[in-house]
Design a protein around this ligand. Sequence first.
Ligand SMILES: [Zn+2]
Length: 63
Amino acid sequence: MAICYVCNKELSKNEVGLTKKLINKNAKDYYCIRCLAEYLEVTEEELLDKIEEFKNEGCSLFQ
Ligand SMILES: [Zn+2]
């Protein structure tokens, strides 16, 4: 189980997928939604929208 690099929260498949999509597909440090939003200087809502977008594209990194 992956954990957030910043806050050690256990991550969902979607959070791991989002890190791969938005930072680096070979990323080894993963971020939860909250920490990723802070890191990328966007809102959590924007990231949730992104997850929906990737899901709609049928990306297998998301569930
Ligand atoms: Zn976190």
